[in-house]
Write a protein that binds this ligand. Structure first.
Ligand code: NAD
Ligand code: MN
Length: 359
């Protein structure tokens, strides 16, 4: 951050990013502005638009592109990558998303799932739900180490290695405890399966409890992942920060998102503290409704809330949260949440609410 200005890369990507990103950017600007910080967005057309203009969704050197973005900006806001109504099926900017996560070593996938309104919880339970999945984002089963032997024959062997390093596990556990401390959560729950995945999750056990000793004011708690899935349905209000590996975190964060209303509201940050980070909604390109101006901008606005929090603008982040809560109460929402507004109208409501509350 250069004094009171945040340089923000806004990457439209494919599909619905074109509807929701410009609107959410205005909401983020309004919220930061209320804290006296100017957000200067620079919009990049990588993805479908780049393809229509240049014949490819991305420049050739994607890693170089990512390094350039990180040098130039303070943060990156990403739409989504996948199907776009304007381009052939196999054209998309997925490689950019992967390069951003790995090239910038964004080892935290932060997925908060706070319940905005009791109606959004499918359990029909009036309990305060505030779950935060801290998912390891650079290791595990997702590193693409492995291979096939005798591929395509009845004797085929497929091996996918689960990579867990001392460095990787310690830094994600530490982040979870620091997050709990910073945001006032009393405990951190670690989920693994060390009874059967003895080597990799044995490491998680040792490192988690070791890290827990450095945070005497935050309780450490362990759950087996399967038991946790069940208990999250029975008593979601008893959990807060949950730290786990890449694959379990992927699944668990969707379960948590489902408990508070699903993809239209799910936000995430790919974070490496102290470095330029990338923030993205959880939903995909929504090809069925993309480019019609009717998509729900809440997920990207809530993504902006995570971003502002990470940039140290907690008050601005709270303004976005309060504006969205008010929109939900007043039914100023898009059709997927039962309202009748379009994307732009919801954005205007949020900006006006932010201006009013900060005046
Ligand atoms: P999706 O999230 O795009 O859509 C699922 C459903 O949710 C659709 O009915 C869609 O209309 C709705 N939806 C999504 N975002 C919405 C919004 N902002 N407002 C209102 N409704 C919304 O998932 P999908 O249909 O499985 O995938 C579509 C494409 O997106 C695929 O190409 C997939 O690979 C890609 N994808 C990308 C990401 C990502 O970039 N992180 C994540 C998931 C899927
Ligand atoms: Mn997922």
């Amino acid at each position: 951050m250069n004094g009171k200005t945040i340089s923000l890369a806004v990457i439209l990507g494919d599909g619905v990013g074109h509807d929701v990103l410009p609107v959410a950017t205005e909401v983020i600007r309004a919220a930061a502005g209320a804290e006296g910080v100017e957000v200067e967005p620079q919009v990049y057309d990588y993805g479908a638009l780049h393809y229509l203009e240049h014949g490819t969704p991305l420049p050739e050197d994607v890693e170089g592109l990512v390094r350039g973005l990180a040098e130039k900006h303070d943060a990156i806001l990403f739409g989504s990558a996948g199907l776009d109504p304007r381009t052939p099926e196999d054209v998309n900017c997925r490689d950019l998303l992967r390069a951003l996560r790995f090239e910038l070593d964004l080892y935290v996938n932060l997925r908060p799932s706070p319940l905005l309104h009791p109606d959004f919880c499918p359990l029909k339970k009036d309990a305060p739900i505030d779950l935060v999945v801290v998912r390891e984002n650079t290791e595990g089963l997702n590193v693409r180490v492995g291979g096939n032997f005798k591929k395509g024959t009845p004797d085929e062997v497929a091996i996918q290695e689960d990579v867990n390093t001392y460095k990787g596990v310690s830094r994600i556990c530490r982040y979870a405890f620091e997050y709990a401390q910073r945001h006032g959560y009393p405990k951190v729950t670690m989920a693994d399966k060390h009874g059967s995945i003895i080597h990799a999750h044995g490491l998680w056990q040792r490192v988690f409890w070791q890290t827990s000793e450095e945070f005497p004011d935050v309780e450490g708690e362990h759950y087996f992942i399967d038991t946790l899935c069940q208990d999250l349905l029975f008593r979601p209000e008893d959990f807060g920060v949950i730290v786990t590996n890449n694959m379990f975190g992927d699944i668990l964060s969707d379960l948590c998102a489902g408990l508070v209303g699903g993809v239209g509201l799910a936000a995430s940050g790919c974070i490496h503290p102290g470095r330029v980070c990338m923030f993205e909604p959880v939903h995909g390109t929504a090809p069925d409704i993309a480019l019609k101006g009717i998509a729900n901008p809440f997920a990207v606005c809530l993504t902006g809330r995570i971003m502002l929090n990470e940039l140290g603008l907690g008050e601005a982040a709270d303004l976005i949260w309060e504006a969205i809560r008010s929109a939900v109460r007043e039914k100023k929402t898009t059709a997927d949440l039962g309202g009748s507004l379009n994307t732009r109208e919801v954005g205007d409501y949020l900006c006006a609410h932010i201006q009013k509350s900060s005046a």
